[in-house]
Write a protein that binds this ligand. Structure first.
Ligand SMILES: O=C(O)CCC(=O)C(=O)O
Ligand SMILES: [Fe+2]
Length: 421
């Protein structure tokens, strides 16, 4: 059957009101970006009691897909699906709760993630693996490896790539060269190449409660080192683990496109010579728990709640590519178009994800400061004066990469709330 015939058949069955057919039709429509109708159909299937539809309907409500975002209603539907035993609903409830805005950030977060881990839900396995991978206890390191291997076995390519790095370099256990060669071959066969080699020199594994899953570790306060007061620039080394850096790169790689910048005259994003990198911007609906945890860690290091953050952007610069001197605050016309109530970009945090062979420093010309890119290191800076007015001294640049490539993750943090949860 061709696509239209399949859709016609689904429509006929959905017309009879079968919840399963409503759900399947809605899913097919989401894939075709026919979101308004999909939203209505998922709602009908959800109301008829189908847990999978309750989750999909809740996801649309969470992220405002085919509707305005209504995280509280989303949470209600997830709770209904959870009450009939859906571990995926538990996973999304945990993902929401970690923001602490819609649902309380309490011990249930960890119980819920564990439920989804026990049900072998790959995004939960991946998030738990990255979590245990930061812990010092050797048993937690083994746990990380086992979770990645399980995810890989279930077809999760990102888990497979993270697992490959670990068994290649002997992280968490002795190196396994034969198994690594085998897995490398399997990944190559589906067009997945190697990740950059990443070592985070200053990374200190966490001594917190060995053996215990505690997802809110990402909110640990950390000390930033003041590098300049005009503009205010701070750095921290070892913020991200090598695994978190790899996770960001692996997620971004498949979505890279030529970077755009907001044109000061029109307020519209345009390809411009000022910024020649490629980037991937993660729409909220693309984020999974592991990515959300890394973003929470970054936002919390910058001292701002994650719901003030615009979409995460991961950038890749190749030799000669750069981000010429610019300021991150936006012209009034572009703010008007994109959540004016969230105000301007008060602060930026950039995390360096790999070792750059030469070049690629972040330069703050007014302060005469250059921050060296180094995996796991982050730089935080203010774009506005304390009274909220733009600070022209926040001028900065990503200097051209001379050799190798540079991967960077940026969160632009607004003055007010930008995300729904
Ligand atoms: O590449 C850099 O070092 C700076 C990036 C930057 O300025 C930005 O993402 O806003
Ligand atoms: Fe910038």
């Amino acid at each position: 059957m061709n696509e239209d015939a399949v859709l016609l058949d689904l429509r006929r069955r959905a017309h009879d009101g079968s919840p399963q057919a409503l759900y399947q039709l809605a899913s097919a429509l989401v894939a075709r970006h026919e979101l308004d109708e999909a939203f209505t159909l998922h709602r009908r299937a959800a109301e008829a009691g189908l847990a999978n539809a309750q989750i999909e309907y809740a996801r649309m409500l969470m992220y405002g897909v085919g509707c305005d975002a209504e995280p509280l209603r989303a949470a209600e539907w997830l709770l209904r699906a959870e009450s009939v035993g859906s571990p995926i609903a538990s996973y999304f409830l945990a993902l929401m709760s970690l923001g602490g805005r819609t649902l309380p950030r309490d011990g249930r977060v960890n119980e819920r993630v564990l439920r989804a881990v026990r049900a072998d839900y790959p995004p939960a396995l991946r998030a738990a693996a990255v979590h245990f991978g930061r812990k010092a206890d050797p048993a937690d390191q083994l746990r990380c490896l086992q979770l990645l291997e399980r995810g890989a076995g279930l077809g999760d390519v990102i888990a497979a790539r993270l697992f490959l790095e670990r068994i290649t370099h002997g992280e968490g256990d002795v190196p396994q060269p034969d198994a690594a060669a085998d897995l490398r071959g399997q990944l190559q066969a589906i067009g997945v190449g190697p990740l950059p080699e990443i070592v985070v020199p200053e990374f200190a594994r966490s001594e917190a409660a060995p053996g215990v899953l505690s997802m809110d570790d990402v909110l640990q306060p950390i000390d930033l080192h003041l590098q300049s007061t005009r503009p205010r620039v701070m750095t921290v080394d070892g913020l991200l683990s090598a695994e978190e850096c790899r996770l960001l790169i692996a997620n971004a790689e498949v979505h890279l496109t030529r970077s755009r910048t907001v044109d000061p005259d029109t307020g519209l994003p345009m390809e411009q010579e000022i910024r020649t990198s490629s980037d991937a911007s993660f729409d909220a609906i693309q984020e999974d728990l592991a990515l959300r945890c890394v973003q929470l860690r970054m936002a919390s290091a910058a001292g701002v709640p994650l719901d003030h953050a615009e979409h995460l952007v991961v950038l890749r610069y190749e030799p000669g590519q750069e981000y010429r001197p610019h300021r991150d605050y936006r012209p009034p016309s572009s703010i008007e178009r994109d959540r004016p109530e969230a105000g301007n970009r008060m602060r930026t945090i950039c995390a360096y994800l790999n070792t750059v062979e030469a070049g690629g420093q972040t330069e703050f010309p007014v302060a005469g400061l250059r921050v060296e890119p180094r995996p796991g290191r982050a730089v935080v800076f203010e774009n506005l004066h304390p009274d909220g007015s733009p600070d022209p001294d926040s001028l900065h640049a990503g200097l051209p990469v001379e050799r190798g490539e540079k991967w960077l993750a940026t969160l632009w943090l607004r003055q007010g709330r930008y995300r729904a949860f």
